[in-house]
Design a protein around this ligand. Structure first.
Ligand SMILES: Nc1ncnc2c1ncn2[C@@H]1O[C@H](COP(=O)(O)OP(=O)(O)OP(=O)(O)O)[C@@H](O)[C@H]1O
Length: 949
């Protein structure tokens, strides 16, 4: 029997679906289910034969019998047609007929059930509760659905940054990605050999994951796509939460969620090709544990939900079922990567898709064109429109403004947009429930002040701990009664739709996290103007006021400081909104909500000045960029304009940049469409802090240089994120003489180097340790500064790192795991311990290692280390051209090994630098070099005996 890889396309249809043309057959149960020993992932691609047991040709549309034999569907079907008209089919190979379905009627029954299920899903999916429209509302999904930009792959890292910041970074990602339609996520690419069983789709809030899942289901239910799947089972995590304490079998779970499947039996389930959609892992309150859990392989076996789900994902339960999980990025790492066959990422709308969205949305072309051109005038709005949910908000606001009398100035900042959004929703609510006289914004807000502030309180109290889903109890705790909240369908949405059986316990959430943050800011502003000291002190600390008292500038300054200390930026948008709310224009819109505010021009100017002078020492440079965003929300464009002028100027290096300038510049460079060839921070005239604030621009350049700078862990983290990002542009990184590089920082850099996205060809990093800095610099200048002139790129230089053992270990293992780019490695002047050397040796021995230059000058290599190093080099000698082991006290045995190395016919060494030793062998070696250099001209530098160090 020939074992081969299964073709990808056929894998997708390898389980028999019970369609009517097959139902007349009475086959043994076809299955991809594994034999008992094959517990993990079903029949693996390697184990499935490539030939049909009947025609002996390549398997076409493969199916297997329960006895484990594989056939082309056509072959086994025609065999049974001819040989088993009585309804008792057996395997052509072994005659096994133990698991047969006795009556063709069953298939017909199943067909009907499946058809009914399809219809029910179709009804459920064809309309959308778009954004926050009423459940069961009239919008057809197919009318408004705009293709999303979805790509295969992901950085592989859980991004813990605030989702809006991720969006800013994501809006840069566009080249080198592999786009994929949501309908194709289970189809393997031609070059991919294995079947795709489990797909994990990441994407930030409101980016369109649920919409994609709904579109996938609708296309299937309408008979347009993925027709090899017999049953799609939609199991949103937010609904699974509601029965998380109950025990279920997979079968009963299906019955509970899809009553149309009530009549389906365990046996029938085994012959159906199922596709499970688990939407919204981030909302899960189940704890999915992938280790040491109970194995469940029977669809009738009861267990806890988490165990069922894990077994399904691991392939113990229904191994041929396809699984699609969607999640926001921060929660995606709950799924063990080994379970996942394909990662995809929903990246929202591209620029073209944004326009298409607005054109689909408005039948009036003039409106859509006005909206599109307005969106393009503001960078912030344009970026945010990558998020479909933000497009929806923008469309709602601008449509309202363009079609009503009070047109006024169109919103430009995020705070403007959200303030208008609140107003539009209040207006809509008023029109729906209380017809009456026309109301001004003040009157509208005044009328709903109480309920909006309660929503604000809910938003604020849950924002701090990252909670985005609320149950009735949570609402009641904020004094909200459920009817009030549901009236506000534009702001707070009742999530469950009526046709869902899980519907007894409604769940609430804000349409998008940014709306929660906006309402939280409104509430906080209100608490400030009303001097609600309890809330202010709980949030800012008891003594938040300073010698100037509790004026607006002091208050905002304190909130800003708190937000800068946040590791993941969870308060970034909140603090931006708070600044935007200071403006008179927004207070006019929300006046009744915010209370009596201080917006004298002098006060506003003080807030602006504070932002410009804000100290961000020891904060992440990503956070500092938010200070610039706050200025933009306050509509202070001075910094922005100065940076525009700076970028256009000829003599940039003469212009002095303040720290806030640097944050603005970092943002603009990072967001620029064009990837910079080189960013040399030493050429900028600014303080050290200014230079550090420029670091985020590393994400959008090919060569990045910053010498002599003190780098904290968070700076290294930003640099590492540039190495890990998808795509990563950085090929040349020079962090020479960085000061105080800690183990934690090196660990981040190592993780960056290990990333499959890392394209780094050159890394120069000479961070100095805590002591003897001056002495070492002198050493470097005199003895080495000029000597390291390596011929080409692909250099990894960590000379003078004073790397600790931990750092060496993590670096070398990073190199080992991703060896194929690196050509030059310089680890000189680091004390390499035996363990680090061991890692280094296995890197050198790796067939993927293509190192041309290895410098280990004065690494205090032990005798054992030297020996193993040289033997490692001997085992893979054909790439190395330059070897510097100078100032290590090499012993005879190592020198002998070295001799063997250079004598080897594969050896490509051209330079062997200063191998000092007092031993006899050295003399031999020297003689050898000289002879060789004369005859072969291979060695440009010979050994010279010196006193050992
Ligand atoms: N492809 C699309 N075409 C048109 N509108 C869309 C599309 N995708 C999303 N939207 C709009 O964005 C809103 C949010 O989308 P969706 O609920 O799918 O986001 P999500 O990624 O699942 O977010 P969350 O993580 O918050 O659940 C939708 O209600 C809809 O208004």
């Amino acid at each position: 029997m020939c074992f081969n890889r299964q073709r990808a396309e056929s894998a997708a249809s390898s389980c028999l679906s019970m369609k009517s043309d097959q139902s007349k057959l009475d086959p043994p149960l076809f299955s991809n289910e594994p034999e008992p020993s094959d517990t993990k992932r079903g029949v693996s691609a390697e184990e499935q034969p490539s030939c049909c047991a009947r025609c002996q040709d390549v398997l076409k549309d493969p199916v297997s019998t329960s006895c484990g034999h594989w056939f082309c569907r056509q072959c086994i079907s025609s065999y049974w047609d001819q040989s088993a008209p009585s309804g008792h089919s057996s395997c052509t190979q072994c005659g096994d007929r133990s698991r047969t379905i006795s009556c063709g009627q069953t298939d017909v029954g199943l067909q009907e059930v499946l058809q009914e299920h399809k219809m029910s899903l179709r009804r459920r999916c064809e309309h959308v509760t778009e954004g926050s429209d009423e459940p069961g509302g009239g919008t057809l999904l197919n009318r408004i659905y705009t293709e999303l930009y979805i790509t295969e792959g992901h950085s592989g890292e859980a991004d813990t940054q605030h989702e809006v910041m991720q969006l800013e970074k994501a809006s840069k990602k566009s080249l080198h990605d592999t786009p994929i339609r949501c309908q194709d996520i289970f189809k393997a690419f031609p070059e991919q050999q294995r079947a795709i069983r489990v797909v994990l789709t990441n994407g930030v809030a409101g980016i369109g994951k649920t919409f994609s899942a709904q579109k996938f289901t609708l296309d299937w239910a309408e008979g347009q796509e993925n027709q090899d799947v017999s049953v799609v089972v939609v199991l949103p995590f937010r609904e699974l939460n509601l029965i998380r304490d109950e025990q279920h079998s997979l079968l009963t779970l299906l019955h509970v969620f899809h009553p149309t499947l009530q009549k389906v039996t365990a046996e029938q389930l085994a012959v159906c090709k199922l596709l499970f959609i688990f939407d919204g892992l981030d909302e899960s309150r189940l704890s999915l544990v992938f280790t040491n859990r109970k194995v469940v392989s029977d669809v009738s076996q009861k267990s806890s939900l988490n165990i069922l789900l894990v077994n399904l994902m691991e392939g113990n339960l229904l191994p041929s079922a396809l699984i699609w999980i969607t999640s926001r990025p921060a929660a995606a790492n709950q799924i063990t990567p080994t379970c996942v066959d394909r990662l995809t990422e929903v990246r929202g709308f591209t620029d073209r898709q944004k326009e298409e969205y607005f054109r689909r949305r408005f039948s009036d072309e003039e409106h859509s064109s006005t909206i599109i051109s307005h969106m393009k005038t503001s960078r912030n709005l344009h970026i945010m429109c990558r998020l479909p949910v933000f497009c929806w908000i923008t469309a709602a606001v601008l449509e309202h403004m363009l079609t009503t009398e009070q047109r006024g100035e169109l919103p430009k900042s995020l705070t403007d947009m959200f303030s208008h959004f609140l107003l539009v929703q209040t207006q809509k609510k008023k029109n729906k429930y209380h017809e009456g006289h026309e109301m001004s914004p003040q009157e509208l807000m005044e009328a709903d002040r109480e309920v909006l502030l309660k929503l604000g309180r809910l938003a604020f109290e849950h924002m701090e701990n990252g909670n985005i889903m609320f149950y009735q109890e949570d609402l009641e705790q904020c004094g909200l009664d459920v009817t009030e909240a549901s009236v506000f369908s534009g702001v707070c949405t009742q999530i469950f739709r009526r046709e869902c059986v899980m519907f007894q316990k409604p769940v609430y959430c804000f349409v998008h996290l940014s709306i929660q943050e906006f309402l939280a800011a409104v509430y906080m502003f209100h608490c400030y103007t009303n001097r609600n000291q309890k809330v202010l002190q709980d949030f800012l600390g008891k003594d938040w006021q300073d010698e100037n008292g509790d004026t607006l500038d002091v208050f905002l300054n304190k909130v800003m400081e708190k937000s800068l200390r946040s590791e993941n930026g969870h308060l970034d948008l909140f603090v931006r909104f708070l600044h935007g709310l200071c403006l008179e224009s927004n207070q006019r819109l929300l006046g009744g909500l915010l209370g009596q505010t201080e917006n004298r021009p002098e006060m506003i100017q003080r807030v602006i000045n504070n932002l410009k002078e804000m100290n961000s020492y020891e904060m992440s440079p990503d956070r500092s960029i938010n200070i610039f965003h706050c200025l933009m929300e306050m509509k202070d464009l001075s910094v922005h304009q100065e940076i525009q002028e700076f970028l256009q100027s000829e003599n940039r290096s003469e212009m002095e940049l303040s720290e806030i300038h640097c944050s603005a510049l970092a943002y603009m460079l990072q967001m620029s469409e064009e990837v910079l060839d080189e960013l040399d921070l030493n050429k900028y005239t600014t303080s050290w802090e200014g230079k550090r604030r420029l670091i985020p621009a590393v994400r959008n350049c090919r060569k990045f240089r910053l010498y002599n700078c003190e780098l904290s862990e968070s700076h290294c983290e930003v640099v590492a994120s540039a190495l890990k990002s998808n795509p990563s542009h950085l090929t040349d990184l020079d962090l020479s003489r960085s000061i105080n590089l800690q183990d934690s920082g090196v660990k981040h850099l190592s993780a960056g180097l290990q990333s499959p996205n890392c394209k780094l060809e050159t890394l120069r990093s000479i961070p100095f340790g805590q002591s003897n800095v001056k002495l070492r610099i002198q050493n470097l200048n005199t003895s080495d500064g000029s000597s390291i002139i390596l011929p080409t790129y692909f250099l990894f230089r960590l000379e003078y790192c004073w790397l600790s053992e931990i750092s060496c270990d993590s670096l070398v293992s990073a190199l080992k795991s991703n060896p194929s780019h690196l050509k030059h490695l310089d680890l000189s002047f680091n004390i390499l311990q035996d363990t680090s050397l061991k890692h280094l040796c296995s890197f050198l021995e790796s067939p993927d290692c293509i190192l041309k230059t290895l410098r280990l000058r004065r690494c205090r290599l032990s005798e054992i280390s030297c020996d193993s190093l040289v033997s490692a080099l001997k085992s893979n000698p054909s790439h190395l051209e330059h070897l510097d082991l100078s100032r290590n006290n090499l012993q005879d045995s190592s020198v002998k090994h070295l001799l063997d190395l250079v004598e080897s016919p594969d050896c490509s060494l051209k330079t062997l630098r200063s191998v000092e030793s007092s031993s006899q062998s050295l003399l031999l070696l020297t003689v050898f070099y000289e002879t060789q250099s004369l005859s072969k001209q291979r060695f440009s530098v010979s050994c010279k005996p010196t006193a050992s160090q």
